[in-house]
Design a binder for this molecule. Structure first.
Ligand code: SF4
Ligand code: SF4
Length: 717
């Protein structure tokens, strides 16, 4: 064994021991969270990993930063082959993958291409952080230093690789099938002499130490995502996009409702903290943050990791695990146990030393804070200001943009649940909505007996009336028109209900309403954190619908649509659910509705978050508008999946917006800037917010906000 080999083996063993130690620490920390099963449906998970993580599909939503990051990511995958070769060379003296033949040529050409792209991307990324100072990338001094170290390390690794290859080629050490245009060009600067052989050794050591050092630096860096992003995408939530997991109130082992601290979050939510790239994409699209509020979705994820780093070492020392082991968690998952709200179990035999030999403290090898300091600090309050949580509109924009599939909204609602149900600590104005939902089955204080008054004089039958009819008079194509609380009580939204009902009457649709039997879907209560109240309402509604054997539901409210379609299944309510924009489009396509008039005006369509981002319905409303002769449709700057929220979701409709600019004003200004006479909407909440916006901007004399159903009714009547 040569001296070089001996030294290399020592370096390699130390480096991999460090990596192994850090991976174990990361996994141990995750185990303070609760069990959640993210190992189901492996095919779908692999598909998602391939598209989002390997294919970098979400990263590419940013046309500038996207390609930069993708080049670095793909480059590192290709360069993994170079790492294998370097380790082989270190152990065997000389080693290459040239036995792969022509495949090796492809690998080596790609490596040189990606080295060039990575160097370019690193310079560009450095420029964006330090010269143009892109807002979303600006962090504190520590974060800036960390980002610079990572960029310099990447540059050092790829440049030293090229110089290693160039010097080897210069002294005649080129392997069979090796095609390296960049290294070959650089080799021209070196002589075929001993000095170059010495230079080769220097570059080789710089490269391999750079790689091994980088692997060991990452766990102590904010760039841990280099290791965790692919797993995080693989383990992301496969359920519907805007879906909240229910709390099992019958589980007597539950000690907390919602999440008070890291031990109440799931291990996957803790992994989100490890995976956050600090890219700020989420915050840059957050309507609350954009309008000057303190809510910063990135901070919520970063603070979760900070709390985990502070608290987990003490929990591990006391064997406080959220689930017994990964193995038992998996076994329980297959047998239906260990739900997402599983009680804490203690892993008696786990022995975890919370004493560190490593000086770094990020992963808690030596806890950053004293135990009493950790105990005196509150997760909600000292790490995450409660004010942040109450500013969220649950618009999902953060989750849509996050390149590594972090689930912000679930965590925000989990924390709200704890504040509401355990602490009774919530904005005081919510009390009136909660009371009203309890007593009137609507967040607005109207009498339930007035629920169907919007339909007065329209001759619309209720389900109770329909059920009382002889069987011979009933048809199989019955559809329930779910009106929703806004459509039933709000003065402006009632005209949307009337317009849509009239369209269905013109088209001869066999529909009924529940009338006074309808109750709030539970969506506002759920998003506000009052899960108990939400479940009470949902169960009552499901019981009613199932009693009438309802199979198909149509609604003009995206919030009701999302709740019934995506969440009621957990409570035994399984129906075909259609939003009225799709239904109108279908009625037009079938010829049941016929457009008889032109409408000469400019229209801009505002995407409801609960219809668009949450349920991918972007085309139906636009197709309907496009089918009206004379209409000129113009898009706002932020549109479709990048559309800006109106500011009403997540219970904001019933909360005071006291900080910064009002979100509805920001959106209304954008709509007015298109020069449109009509702002088209497909949601009663958006209708309220945009109408208020138009009023505030004193633009009511030349801009109107109208629902798609109202616009269509004008041209078919
Ligand atoms: S859901 Fe919307 S409002 Fe809430 S944090 Fe995400 S982007 Fe901000
Ligand atoms: S949560 Fe996602 S989008 Fe936000 S900073 Fe972290 S990685 Fe970026």
């Amino acid at each position: 064994m040569t001296l070089k080999t001996a030294i290399f083996l020592v370096v390699l063993v130390v480096a991999f021991a460090g990596v192994g130690y850090n991976i174990k620490r990361i996994i141990d920390f995750l185990r303070v969270g609760k069990w959640t099963n993210r190992f189901d449906n492996l095919t779908e998970r692999l598909k998602r990993t391939f598209v989002i993580a390997i294919g970098q599909s979400k990263i590419m939503r940013d046309p500038v930063a996207g390609p930069i990051h993708a080049f670095i990511f793909w480059g590192f995958i290709v360069l993994l082959f170079a790492v294998i070769e370097s380790i082989g060379e270190g152990i065997l003296g000389t080693f290459s993958l040239s036995f792969l033949g022509p495949v090796y040529s492809v690998i080596t050409v790609s490596q040189d291409v990606f080295v060039a792209l990575i160097v370019f991307s690193v310079i560009f990324a450095w420029w964006r952080r330090n010269v143009t100072k892109v807002k979303r990338l600006q962090g504190d001094a520590e974060e800036k230093k960390d980002a610079s170290i990572v960029l310099y390390a990447i540059a050092a690794i790829v440049i030293s690789l090229t110089l290693t290859n160039a010097t080897r080629i210069a002294v005649g050490g080129q392997y069979a099938h090796e095609v390296r245009p960049l290294a070959a060009a650089v080799s021209g600067f070196f002589c075929a002499c001993e000095k170059t052989e010495a230079a080769f050794e220097i570059f080789w050591w710089i490269h391999i130490i750079g790689v091994l050092g980088f692997m060991n630096y990452l766990p102590y860096s904010k760039h841990l995502h280099v290791m965790t992003s692919i797993p995080n995408v693989f383990l992301s939530d496969l359920r519907k996009k805007n879906y909240l997991k229910p709390i099992n109130f019958e589980d007597e082992t539950l000690t907390q409702y919602g999440s008070k601290d890291i031990e109440d979050l799931s291990w996957k939510q803790l992994l989100d903290g490890d995976t956050c790239t600090h890219c700020g994409r989420c915050t840059s699209v957050c309507p609350a943050n954009i309008t000057g509020k303190v809510l910063d979705p990135r901070w919520i994820i970063v603070a979760t990791r900070e709390r985990m780093i502070d608290k987990a070492p003490y929990m591990l020392a006391e064997n406080k695990f959220g689930f017994e082991s990964w193995e038992t968690g998996m076994q329980a998952a297959w047998s239906g146990g260990y739900g997402t709200q599983a009680a804490h179990a203690t892993h008696e035999e786990a022995v975890v030393e919370v004493k560190g030999g490593v000086t770094g403290t990020l992963l808690g090898t030596q806890p950053r804070l004293k135990k009493e300091d950790v105990e005196s600090k509150k997760f909600i309050g000292d790490y995450i200001p409660a004010e942040m949580l109450w500013q969220c509109t649950t618009c999902q924009a953060c989750m849509q943009e996050c390149p590594v599939m972090i689930e912000h909204v679930d965590e925000i609602v989990d924390l709200r649940r704890n504040l509401v149900m355990m602490e009774a600590d919530f904005p005081p104005e919510l009390q009136a909505s909660f009371s009203s939902m309890e007593n009137n089955y609507s967040p607005w204080a109207f009498s339930p007996s007035e629920r169907a008054e919007w339909a007065h004089g329209m001759g619309i039958e209720t389900m109770a009336e329909y059920a009382a009819k002889p069987e011979a008079e009933k048809k199989e194509d019955l559809i329930l028109f779910w009106v929703g609380c806004a459509g039933s009580f709000d003065a402006r939204a009632k005209s949307i209900s009337r317009a849509f009902a009239e369209l269905m009457q013109i088209a001869g649709v066999n529909f009924r309403i529940l009338g006074t039997e309808e109750k709030c879907t539970g969506d506002p209560a759920r998003r506000m954190g009052n899960e108990y109240l939400a479940q009470t309402l949902i169960k009552d509604n499901v019981e009613t619908l199932n009693r009438y054997n309802i199979t198909k539901v149509v609604t003009a409210c995206p919030h009701c649509f999302n709740a019934i379609k995506n969440e009621w299944g957990d409570f035994g309510g399984n129906y075909e659910v259609v939003h009225h924009t799709e239904f109108v489009q279908q009625m037009l396509a079938k010829g049941d509705l016929v457009i008889t008039k032109d409408l000469e005006q400019r229209v801009t369509y505002h995407d409801s978050c609960y219809l668009g981002r949450s349920n991918d319905i972007y085309d139906a409303p636009r197709a309907t508008l496009e089918s009206i002769p004379g209409l000129e449709i113009v898009e706002m700057e932020r549109t479709k999946s990048k559309g800006l929220c109106c500011g009403a979701g997540g219970g904001q409709m019933w909360m005071e917006e006291t900080q910064g600019k009002r979100i509805n004003i920001e959106r209304t200004e954008e709509a007015i800037a298109t020069g449109s006479e009509t702002i088209a909407s497909a949601c009663p909440f958006c209708m309220t917010m945009l109408s208020d916006g138009v009023k505030t901007k004193e633009a009511g004399d030349h801009v109107r906000v109208r629902d798609i159903a109202e616009i269509v009714l004008e041209v078919v009547r």
